[in-house]
Design a protein around this ligand. Sequence first.
Ligand code: FAD
Length: 172
Amino acid sequence: MSQYDVDLFVIGAGSGGVRAARIASGYGARVAVAEEYRIGGTCVIRGCVPKKLLVYASRFPDGFEDSAGFGWSFPAEPTFSWAALIAAKDKEIARLSGLYEQNLAKAGVAIHRQRAVVAGPNAVRLADGTEITAERILVAAGGGPTVGDSRAPSSRFRPTRRSISLSCRRKS
Ligand SMILES: Cc1cc2nc3c(=O)[nH]c(=O)nc-3n(C[C@H](O)[C@H](O)[C@H](O)COP(=O)(O)OP(=O)(O)OC[C@H]3O[C@@H](n4cnc5c(N)ncnc54)[C@H](O)[C@@H]3O)c2cc1C
């Protein structure tokens, strides 16, 4: 009997964390995962998937225009609803996030829907104060952008939250 609560504790249920948790569980490990936002992480919730859906949506106008040359005609001008597109995109993301969660549950992974931090060599602490011991801890918390060295000549071309908000205000 292991001296730890779990064999593997994964911090972050994005592409990396979900895959690692499922594979380890498949080999018989006792696995838990903590996610502070939505299961699926950057790729599913705000990266690869929504980007592709929005890019596909942007391509239709050219198709409608070109189709006339191939014998197509429409009874009326096609119309577009941004609200309908965003609702459909959100629905698809919710479906995929749900599938990721179901697959984790099916694999027997315990899911903690809260932030976790490393509290020691073999311990993590959840936001609610619970401490869980683990033989191994995987930090799969993703990454974020940094501006880097502001003295470098190219740094003035790197957008920051402040420069984006200033340029939006100037344009409006
Ligand atoms: C706009 C955009 C488009 C992209 N398009 C593509 C693409 O087309 N193809 C491609 O291959 N890649 C693409 N990527 C990259 C891809 O999304 C990332 O490589 C991938 O998501 C990284 O996975 P990850 O598991 O390392 O991190 P993430 O997916 O970021 O997951 C980390 C998770 O950890 C959680 N977390 C962080 N800290 C804690 C904590 N302390 N406690 C609990 N939870 C925590 C976060 O909420 C998050 O859910 C894109 C990225 C972006 C931003």
